[in-house]
Design a protein around this ligand. Structure first.
Ligand code: HEM
Length: 180
């Protein structure tokens, strides 16, 4: 029952997006912002669950939050590929190679795709170790979001601090990831 409630809650940004995107001044920019921050928000929420599991155990919701991060990241990518690039594969490749902030986003996206596609019980048992890559995705998304801004604002500093706190809470795992 609680899972159904959370599922509906996770769909609220999509509902909001569908209602407002067409009337926005710049719908493509609006979709980038909305899907980007939704994906980022769900990613942060899913990453908060493990370090705080002893205070409040919400582990059963972690997978759903992670999958919603992937879902909104897919919409973000679709916005890039279909609405912005208009299916122009050459443009997509050029942007990805030329602009560091795009390829950092792409790498983060691929990590999320890998995690989502190996999140079933059976595959998770097999690829569990590789799921630590999510912390690399977190760092990449923080840089990607920062680079997407013309000037760094309070939100950018907040994301950096948030990510540093999360990473320091998982320092043992990061060490394993770097020196494995
Ligand atoms: C699939 C690869 C990705 C591509 C091609 C991509 C592309 C973009 C672009 C072009 C922008 C700038 C939009 C603008 O201001 O005009 C942007 C911003 C952003 N992206 Fe991505 N991105 C990708 C992956 C991701 C992922 C995986 C996340 C989060 C999990 C993310 C989160 C964000 C955020 C938060 C912003 C800032 C939005 C704003 O300030 O308006 N992106 N992205």
């Amino acid at each position: 029952m609680k899972k159904v409630f959370l599922f509906c809650l996770c769909l609220v940004p999509l509902l909001f997006l569908t209602c407002n995107a067409q009337v926005a001044n710049d719908p493509i920019k609006y979709i980038y912002t909305f899907t980007g921050f939704s994906a980022f928000g769900f990613l942060l929420a899913s990453l908060c669950i493990t370090p705080f599991r002893k205070v409040y155990n919400l582990l059963i919701y972690r997978r759903m939050l992670g999958l919603f991060a992937l879902f909104y990241a897919c919409l973000h990518f679709i916005n890039f590929f279909i609405l912005d690039a208009q299916f122009d594969l050459a443009f997509v490749l050029k942007e990805t190679v030329d602009k560091p902030f795009i390829y950092l986003g792409m790498i983060a996206f691929l990590i999320l795709v890998f995690m989502g596609s190996t999140s079933t019980r059976k595959l998770f048992a097999k690829y569990n170790k590789w799921h630590k890559l999510v912390y690399i995705a977190l760092i990449l998304v923080v840089i990607h979001e920062n680079m997407a801004q013309k000037v760094m604002g309070a939100l950018e500093y907040f994301f950096i601090v948030f990510a540093v706190v999360l990473l320091s809470l998982r320092i043992k795992i990061i060490r394993e990831l770097l020196f494995y």
